[in-house]
Design a binder for this molecule. Structure first.
Ligand code: TTP
Ligand code: MG
Length: 351
């Protein structure tokens, strides 16, 4: 199919959790506000007043309070943020069928089918969000996901920025390589060691060189550094579960041993959930066993949190099914309630 020029919008709400809390408590207007845990906790986010003092997402709370002693610290209320997220998604669905949510406050929209100028569409979406929720959003507009996401950061808060086709080349020249999707701290250091700081520098490296240094990712770097990105806006990409598993050198032969091996897996699972997926509601937990003949069984039951006691029961249940066969792999995980599903459990149309 002929690709044609795509119109992609990336929407990102401004200091989302903090903005919702401020809307709920007008007396906080003008004050530095953060949302997070108090004792040994971290900030999930903070408003722009607090950012002036150097407070940031993921910063330990004690450090934020050192930088800004009069910071107003509020506890996290996920149910409320999920509700707001659903209202925003309803608005997205008014404008596009192809909507890919990335988190509660962020999504890509493919509006190629609309005749209107995508910048006007983005402005309209932001207006609708403001009217409906009294919250502000920023938008990036470009011909692909990569550029649209970078652009939405450019005029934050409450602004939008478009990278037009004839501006891509100049834009990419000076863009730091850290902005490339998939380049984490370690890859960034590796690229820096090659004397490369900007996407413009990276463009000087031939594909074979990139391939030699970075393997399969070399091709991505080659394209992304030129502002090329073929990824589709994919409405079904949301994470459905989180889990981890381990294969053992020596087979596990008793259920007692199995339970012993399960304990650290559950701890890691709980940590992963806490650190990365706390905005998602848990629907059920599961334990997976792979036996030495490579057959697999998965036991599951509904749960609302990473529940160690229930997961241990699931291991025993799965173990029974093996009829005493030794086990070479154990996995534990939880599945999430789909993001578009209402707090009442009712299914909504958009996702
Ligand atoms: P972001 O969009 O990264 O941040 P933000 O909306 O607070 O601020 P910005 O104006 O820069 O977009 O994240 C969205 C929400 O996700 C944020 O309000 C809180 C939550 N979050 C965490 O819980 N932990 C984190 O480390 C980050 C970055 C965000
Ligand atoms: Mg945001």
């Amino acid at each position: 199919m002929e690709e044609g020029r795509r119109k992609i919008i990336h929407i990102d709400m401004d200091c989302f959790y903090a903005a919702i809390e401020m809307r709920e408590r007008p007396e906080l207007k003008g004050l530095p506000v953060a949302v997070g845990g108090r004792k040994r906790g971290v900030l999930t986010t903070c408003n722009y007043e607090a950012r002036k003092y150097g407070c940031r997402s993921a910063m330990p709370t004690f450090q934020a309070l050192e930088r800004c002693p009069h910071l107003v610290l509020l506890p996290v209320r996920f149910e409320l943020y999920r509700q707001e997220s659903q209202r925003i998604r309803k608005i997205f669905a008014e404008f596009a069928d192809l909507v890919e949510p990335l988190s509660l406050d962020e999504a890509y929209l493919d509006v190629s089918h609309l005749r209107s100028n995508p910048e006007a569409v983005a402005a309209e979406i932001r207006d609708r969000i403001r009217e409906t929720t009294q919250l502000t959003a920023s938008a990036g507009i470009a011909a692909n996901k990569f550029l649209a996401k970078i652009a939405s950061d450019w005029r934050k808060p409450d602004g939008q920025f478009a990278i037009r086709e004839d501006e891509v080349e100049a834009f990419m020249k000076t863009l730091p390589i850290e902005k490339i999707w998939g380049v984490g701290q370690r890859t960034a250091e590796k690229i820096h060691r090659l004397g490369v700081r900007t996407c413009g520098d990276l463009q000087q490296m031939p594909l074979v060189e990139l391939d030699r240094h970075f393997g399969k990712f070399g091709r991505d770097l080659y394209e992304l550094s030129r502002g090329i990105d073929h990824r589709r806006v994919n409405p079904n990409r949301e994470r459905k579960s989180v889990s981890n598993e381990r294969t053992f050198f020596e087979d596990v032969t008793t259920s007692e041993q199995g339970l012993e091996k399960l304990t650290p897996l559950i701890e890691e699972l709980a940590e992963d959930y806490r650190d990365k997926h706390r905005d998602r509601r848990i629907r059920e937990g599961f334990v997976k066993l792979k036996f030495t003949d490579f057959s697999i069984t998965t036991a599951q039951r509904s749960m609302q949190e990473v529940d160690a006691t229930e997961l241990r029961k699931l291991l025993l249940e799965a173990w029974e099914r093996g009829g005493g066969r030794p086990v070479r792999l154990i996995g534990a995980g939880v599945r999430f309630v789909p993001l578009g599903e209402g707090e009442s459990g009712g299914q909504m149309r958009m996702f």
